[in-house]
Design a protein around this ligand. Structure first.
Ligand SMILES: [Zn+2]
Length: 82
């Protein structure tokens, strides 16, 4: 039985851009199955499709606003730009 793959990736805080290291677990088929913040002072932002991180000092409101700014229209299907 194949094992999951653990990789460490640097991700910037969604609000201020500060870099945190994330441990991301991929299944053998390449799906992200889990992730956690290794660096001190960071916390995960729940998201179904991508690992998002923020400083633990930012408020929920700040984080929501930043996510909407970075990923506008995330409830709609992606537009194809030809
Ligand atoms: Zn931050």
């Amino acid at each position: 039985m194949p094992d999951n793959t653990n990789i460490v990736e640097p991700h910037g805080c969604i609000v201020c851009g500060k870099i945190f290291n994330l441990l991301i677990v991929h299944s053998p088929s390449g799906r992200m199955v889990a992730c956690s913040v290794i660096s001190h002072g960071g916390q995960l932002v729940p998201d179904e499709t991508r690992p998002l991180v923020t400083c633990s000092r930012h408020s929920t409101k700040e984080v929501e606003t930043a996510v909407e700014r970075h990923y506008p229209g995330r409830e709609q299907p992606e537009d194809s730009e030809d």
